[in-house]
Write a protein that binds this ligand. Structure first.
Ligand SMILES: NC(=O)c1ccc[n+]([C@@H]2O[C@H](COP(=O)([O-])OP(=O)(O)OC[C@H]3O[C@@H](n4cnc5c(N)ncnc54)[C@H](O)[C@@H]3O)[C@@H](O)[C@H]2O)c1
Length: 274
């Protein structure tokens, strides 16, 4: 899919960070947007920016982890269009903490949004794409699917699930003319860390979170660049698209020097220590 003009695209988590930047870029290139987020204020902000620039969009407040809410969303979208051209399952939440410190409540919350949200998006929108005989699905995984850091078991699990699922779905939907890409960003300057759940020792010390937030700010790899990477994945129908130098480094290291990745995973992450 090379052209975005007049294409219908839906983005979850469109009220902030990567989702917002991608929505703005797609709108600039002429797509009609369905913006979805659990945060109404963020959605409104994205919609206003799109409309102020002359773009076309619809908004829906929706929890991607709720099958009831997602079914309502799909019904509304399919009443307006026979099928989406582009689906971007981007909504996600961050989490840090050692395995034994991480509560089951947190596991459930993260897997509901990061994994079930992606699955529900595909489940509800892919059948109409199949009928239409074209379309592209992008699922937001992460470089955390390449490096298994000790402080991120639940986040790594969720993003590895998204990567594996996307690769399988890509093979599955190929014969229907539908592309699937897993996008794997590295350290991107968005509010994800500020909004993340920090468990155990990491959660008990506020300084750790503010240090992590500062690190992401200083790294300053912007969501706009990720948006361009996502559009590149769609245009060239890429299976896996690492974004940022550290994501590419981890992608290759996992293949060529897995022992280094194993060793790195056991180190303390500098921005997650006091
Ligand atoms: N920022 C990074 O460094 C980074 C790196 C790799 C992957 N990612 C992934 O990219 C995606 C976007 O992250 P971001 O950095 O833009 O974060 P962000 O916090 O800026 O944006 C995430 C958006 O998802 C929304 N959201 C959260 N839970 C939701 C739910 N249940 N239903 C609907 N919307 C919900 C939030 O309200 C928010 O608007 C996530 O999947 C994240 O895991 C981010």
């Amino acid at each position: 899919m090379k052209q975005f003009n007049h294409k219908v695209a839906l983005i979850t988590g469109a009220g902030s960070g990567i989702g917002q930047a991608t929505a703005l870029e797609l709108a600039r290139r002429g797509a009609e947007l369905w913006l979805v987020d659990i945060n109404a204020a963020g959605l409104e902000d994205t919609a206003q920016q799109i409309q102020a620039a002359g773009g076309r969009c619809h908004t829906q407040v929706c929890n991607v982890g709720s099958s009831t809410e997602m079914k309502k969303l799909a019904k509304r979208v399919h009443e307006a269009h026979p099928a989406l051209d582009i689906l971007i399952n981007n909504a996600g939440i961050g989490v840090a903490g050692r395995f034994v410190d991480t509560s089951l409540k947190t596991w459930n919350k993260v897997l509901d949004v990061n994994v079930k949200g992606v699955m529900l998006g595909c489940h509800l929108f892919a059948p109409n794409m199949i009928e239409q005989g074209r379309g592209h699905i992008v699922n937001l995984a992460s470089a955390a699917a390449f490096i298994a850091a000790k402080d991120m078991p639940v986040y790594s699990m969720s993003k590895s699930a998204v990567l594996g699922f996307s690769e399988s779905l890509r093979a599955d939907l190929h014969e229907y003319g539908i592309g699937v890409s897993a996008v794997c960003p590295g350290i991107i300057n968005t509010p994800i860390v500020a909004n993340a759940v920090f468990e155990g020792k990491l959660g008990q010390n506020e300084h750790v979170k503010s240090k992590a937030v500062d690190f992401y700010k200083k790294r300053n790899y912007t969501a706009d660049k990720v948006a361009l990477g996502i559009l590149d994945a769609i245009e060239h129908n890429l299976a896996v698209r690492p974004i940022s130098p550290e994501a590419w480094a981890m992608y290759w290291a996992k293949r060529w020097v897995p022992g280094v990745v194993d060793w790195l995973g056991r180190r303390d992450i500098p921005f997650l220590t006091d």
